[in-house]
Design a protein. Sequence first.
Length: 112
Amino acid sequence: MKIVKWQDSQVAPNPHGVDARKIYDSEHAQVVYITLKPGESLKKHITPVDVIFYVLEGHGVIEIGDEQQEVGPDTLIDSPARIPHRWSNRGQEALRFLVIKVPRPTESTRLL
């Protein structure tokens, strides 16, 4: 059994300049724990694989393609491969969510 606490994982350098920690990485999938402080956003980007987001804490605005919606805790969002997307924290508290990439990407994410 392998147990990982997100607090024990190192912040990984990323083009968004936010707190992103890879907490799971296998040949089949990847899970990243992201914290966006109030006012922080991810840059609009495209991932080469399907992405599932799961909101743990806080509220944020998710943009996928031409759609935009505010979401909160215990919400799962499906983001298909190769569709531009990004997150924004317009609130007053931290936004924490999981990014689950399936299958594990073999190509890099592309910023727009």
